[in-house]
Write a protein of this length. Structure first.
Length: 153
């Protein structure tokens, strides 16, 4: 099964959306394989957003992402990366479909509630950036037979 990284951003923390966001992934049938709160610093943000450090808005990203602690989650399931991305919605909350996390809770391209890995390869890199191996748990829910057909997991 795939794993993907989710960061519940300060915009969600401040608005009390942690439980709602995690609950959506669990109700979908995905497993939480790792979960923790942490305060991000400039070093890890420069690494995580390396593709944006030269953009004029990068200082806003730093300020936004360091405003409060964040919740980082490793989410596991069949096709977890694509499922989580679909559930997250378009980056700009004004363009995100209703029913997605950003579509329901965001009207901003920056204060957009959540980060989700964009590929299986990046998910591996990002999970390793934010979690130690011993912080990721490999378990199978007893509900798995009610979530997937036998050939899907």
């Amino acid at each position: 099964m795939e794993q993907t990284l989710v960061i519940i951003k300060p915009s969600a923390i401040e608005r009390g959306l942690i439980g709602e966001i995690i609950s959506r992934f669990q109700r979908k049938g995905l497993n939480i394989a790792g979960l923790k709160m942490m305060q991000l610093d400039e070093k890890i943000l420069r690494e995580h957003y390396a593709h944006l450090v030269d953009r004029p808005f990068f200082p806003w990203i730093l300020e936004s992402m360091m405003a409060t602690p964040v919740i980082v989650a490793c989410i596991k399931g069949t096709d977890a990366v694509s499922i989580v991305r679909m559930m997250t919605g378009a980056t700009n909350g004004r363009k995100a479909e209703p029913g997605t996390i950003r579509g329901d809770f965001s009207v901003s391209s920056q204060e957009n509630i959540i980060h989700a890995s964009d590929s299986v390869e990046n998910a591996i890199i990002e999970i390793n950036r934010f979690f130690k191996p011993e912080e990721i748990f490999d378990y199978t829910s007893v509900a798995i037979k009610f979530i997937y057909a036998p050939d899907e997991h």
